[in-house]
Design a binder for this molecule. Structure first.
Ligand code: CA
Length: 223
């Protein structure tokens, strides 16, 4: 399992990030100060560190150096939106930079991108009785192959990586079809129907009124 360290002294933000990463299947640990963050990095191996810059004691810039010495990629998450800080962060070796306030979906997309770039991306996922092998794009249930089209597979991954999040139709369209949404909701709806049926996720992929869809694993799906 991919392990992510969140170093953030604002508890509500740390909790929001942790909850979303946990729902997407990542294991998380939260440190509320730079010193605590350094201790965590020393004690455990992490695949990624999401790092606030303004921290009590050791700040994010100093901790970035330490994380880099351990080959842990860093995404800065900070209220400092000034271009200078951004340039400094990236020049010092951060993989990416997100300014508060941020969209949680944007954060998740950047986490995925950095993990992919650093070859730490998850290759296999198990959710709701489905086994998903990402490089081979194969999905099985109880050893039986489920034949999904290219778009259906991408749609499944989008849902699995954003559990509990209401996804707007335009966002679904733009992510899966990789082109601007022109209001053609039928395309999204049709693919969701097909995916639900093929993968046996009729109840887990819920329609959200006036929004789109939300993927919610049922309590019995979780062992
Ligand atoms: Ca802070």
């Amino acid at each position: 399992m991919i392990k992510i360290l969140i170093v953030e002294d604002e508890e509500p933000i740390a909790n929001l990030v942790r909850m979303n990463l946990k729902n997407a299947g990542y294991e998380c640990r939260v440190a509320a100060s730079g010193v605590e963050g350094a201790d965590c990095l020393e004690q455990e191996a992490f695949d990624l560190c999401i790092l606030d810059i303004m921290l009590p004691g050791i700040d994010g810039y100093e901790l970035l150096d330490y994380a880099k010495s351990l080959s842990v990629p860093v995404i800065f998450l900070t209220a400092k939106g000034e271009t200078n800080d951004k340039v400094r962060g990236l020049r010092l070796g951060a993989e990416d930079y997100i300014t508060k306030p941020f969209e949680i979906l944007e954060l998740m997309a950047r986490v995925d991108a950095v993990l992919r770039r650093c070859h730490k991306a998850e290759t296999e996922l198990d959710v709701c009785g489905l086994h998903i092998n990402i490089p081979s794009r194969r999905v099985t249930r109880d050893g039986r192959e489920i034949e999904l089209t290219y778009k259906e597979f991408d749609l499944l991954l989008l849902f699995v990586r954003n559990q509990g999040v209401a996804l707007y139709r335009d966002l679904i369209y733009e992510r899966v079809w990789d082109s601007p949404y022109m209001g053609d909701s039928r395309t999204v709806d049709l693919h969701v129907q097909r995916l639900r049926k093929k993968a046996g996720l009729q109840r887990e992929i819920e329609a959200v009124y006036k929004v789109g869809y939300r993927f919610m694993p049922l309590p019995e799906d979780k062992e």
